[in-house]
Write a protein that binds this ligand. Structure first.
Ligand code: SAM
Length: 275
């Protein structure tokens, strides 16, 4: 009979977040598949545990995934862990889960730390409906496409970001969503220097111009307000198209997008933004 793949969350900072079930699952697994075996070896040392480790990360996920699958089909149990947080959320674990599902291997998720949900809960922004957006691409065109696809989003949005890219991301998001849009920047969650900055894009950009960003961040961005849906004038639509162009979009794409969003004809917008 095939074994089971256990998805085992690990602390995103605070080692006290290893629950008894997390500990027991790690202990009882035949082997662990880890994103960075050095990081996991440190955790195991802290837990006073020794387990066989295999490496499973972005650049070996196909080959290593097949080997892990073969062992699972052979009856072993595997605990999948990432460097921090819940496996399969913004990491290659999602591919291993899909592979197991395809081959009828049972997958069990143990509950535990996840940066996205922890940040959403503490953000102070609406949590009733939300969307997880992960990391924006570093490619300018793809990241603008991603942001443009969210212009009409009413739900709270969750993004991951690395500190050295934070300022550029805030600038791009501010241009797309408007500098007055609310954002909660959740930094170093569960760690000693945990901080939640509840502000708007203008405030966030000013803050990090003074204090360079350090540590890990989750960005929680408010959705578009319902009242922003009040009927737009042609002048509003022209201003929207103009701001897209200033944000790096071509005139043609900006006009097409704003025309689709507002219903004003493309030629009226095109003539106006050319002026
Ligand atoms: N699977 C993980 C999870 O469930 O949280 C996320 C993995 S993703 C590769 C790593 C990103 O999570 C970081 O770049 C950062 O955006 C976020 N993150 C991880 N730990 C964090 C923490 N302690 N505080 C804030 N953000 C954190």
């Amino acid at each position: 009979m095939a074994g089971t793949l256990y998805l085992v969350p690990t602390p995103i900072g605070n080692l006290g977040d290893v629950s008894p079930r997390i500990r027991e699952t790690l202990l009882s697994a035949d082997f662990l598949a880890a994103e960075d075996t050095r990081v996991t070896a440190n955790l195991l040392r802290h837990l006073d545990m020794k387990k066989p480790l295999v490496s499973y990360y972005e650049h070996n996920k196909r080959e290593s995934g097949e080997k892990i699958l073969a062992r699972l089909l052979g009856g072993e149990t595997c605990a999948l862990v990432t460097d921090a947080g819940t496996p399969a959320i913004s990491d290659p674990g999602e591919d291993l889960v899909a592979l197991c599902a395809q081959h009828g291997v049972s997958v069990v998720a143990v509950c535990g730390p996840c940066a996205a949900i922890t940040a959403l809960a503490v953000s102070g922004l609406p949590t009733g409906r939300f969307t997880f957006e992960g990391f924006l691409s570093v490619n300018k065109k793809s990241r603008m496409e991603h942001l443009n696809s969210l212009l009409a989003e009413h739900r709270t949005m969750i993004f991951y970001e690395a500190p050295h890219k934070l300022q550029a991301t805030l600038e791009d998001m501010g241009k797309a969503f408007g500098m007055e849009r609310k954002i909660s920047l959740c930094r170093e969650l569960t760690k000693l220097h945990e901080e939640v900055i509840r502000t708007d894009f203008a405030g966030a950009i000013a803050h990090f111009a003074e204090i360079p960003p350090r540590g890990e961040f989750v960005l929680i961005v408010a959705g578009k307000e319902e009242k922003e849906d009040a009927p737009l004038t042609l002048e509003d639509a022209i201003a929207l198209a103009q701001s897209k162009i200033e944000g790096g979009m071509s005139k043609k794409d900006a006009v097409k997008l704003i025309s689709q969003e507002t219903g004003f004809p493309k030629n009226a917008l095109y003539e106006a933004v050319l002026k």
